[in-house]
Design a protein. Sequence first.
Length: 106
Amino acid sequence: MNREERDAEFVRRYREGETLDAIAQSHGLTRERVRQVIKKVGGPVAEAARTERARRRAAEQDHADAELLAQFERLARDMASRGMTRGVVVGRLTLLYPETLRVRVG
């Protein structure tokens, strides 16, 4: 991989929400050096990368919540019919059945 390809990979990964540290570790560089390269080639600013990471985390959490609710649909519907919000239902199911959760986004 030449320098231009590497720099383009840095920008792509950062734009997709990966951290400077994660990118740096995969290339044996410091996060500061990766930040400098991204800035030099006109990559996204830090705020845009943070926003993308937050958006992805929220989407992953929504997906995990939906899977949990689908798995326990009958129980979730019963809890909802008793006036519990989605957040309360997800929280209680998570506490009651932790072994069923593959990935919970923290």
